[in-house]
Design a protein around this ligand. Structure first.
Ligand code: ZN
Length: 257
């Protein structure tokens, strides 16, 4: 697609998302860039996949706010969250200028992982069963990084299937349905494992609560408790969506043989 047309279309959607308060100003700017690159590299097919991710994630985030999380950053996405979810897809989409199929596979796999993770968090927050670390490990408090519930996993599957099915339909490529579903679900699992092992864990000395942030919502500076202090949830998401992008690209290569 012509970059000018892509920038215009992506800009209109980013503006609407900002007006609808789905994105912060910085998030809308990042979304504009991601949308433009995806459209330039993969055309309307990739754009449809991006729309499926963005609309379904925004809807599920609002439909299932559940009990307000003790440690949330808010429902509006900022530029770091947009980059973590869509950055790998945007970079991979440019490979579509060289091999159109490859670009769409990467966009679909990577955004399916982003959708699976978003759906798992939103739907899983409604679970009555206590989350377990990596699904089968010890019980952990709701909201803990790496905590998983069967309900959250079902949500992840729905999110991955929605994005994968959109890629398969828009690209007339049926193989994208199983590929995107598998890569998306595995990406969510990788996200969860990486989060539980590597993500920085902190505790607020004032409230005594566990936190993911270096500054607690009460305003006090938290104390490191484990993991890599510099690696936050956005960093883990970026790692997982990048991994999904690579796996989807390798799957495309294997599919060509
Ligand atoms: Zn506190």
């Amino acid at each position: 697609m012509l970059p000018s047309v892509a920038a215009l279309a992506a800009g209109a959607v980013a503006l609407l998302a900002w007006r609808a308060r789905s994105l912060t100003g910085g998030g809308a700017a990042a979304g504009w860039l991601v949308g433009t690159l995806v459209l330039v590299g993969t055309g309307w097919s990739g754009g449809a996949v991006l729309a499926a991710f963005f609309v379904s994630s925004s809807v599920v985030g609002r439909l299932a706010p559940a009990q307000p999380s003790l440690d949330a950053k808010g429902e509006r996405r900022d530029e770091r969250q947009v980059g973590a979810n869509g950055g790998a897809a945007a970079a991979g989409a440019l490979l579509g200028l060289w091999q159109p199929g490859l670009g769409l596979w990467i966009v679909t796999g990577s955004l399916a992982a982003a959708a699976a993770d978003t759906w798992a968090s939103s739907i899983g927050a409604r679970s009555r069963a206590a989350p377990r670390l990596r699904l089968l490990g010890p019980r952990v408090a709701p909201g803990t990084s790496g905590g998983m519930t069967p309900l959250g996993c079902a949500g992840a599957l729905v999110g991955a299937v929605l994005v994968a099915a959109t890629g398969a339909a828009a690209g007339s490529a049926p193989a994208l349905l199983p590929m995107g579903t598998l890569v998306g679900f595995a990406g969510m699992f990788a996200d969860s494992v990486l989060g539980s092992v590597l993500q920085g864990r902190f505790r607020c000395p004032v409230c005594g609560q566990a936190s993911e942030w270096q500054v607690h919502r009460c305003g006090a500076r938290t104390v490191p408790e484990g993991g890599l202090a510099w690696l936050d949830n956005d960093g883990v998401n970026l790692a997982a969506t990048s991994l999904a992008a690579v796996v989807a690209g390798v799957a495309w290569l294997a599919w060509q043989r």
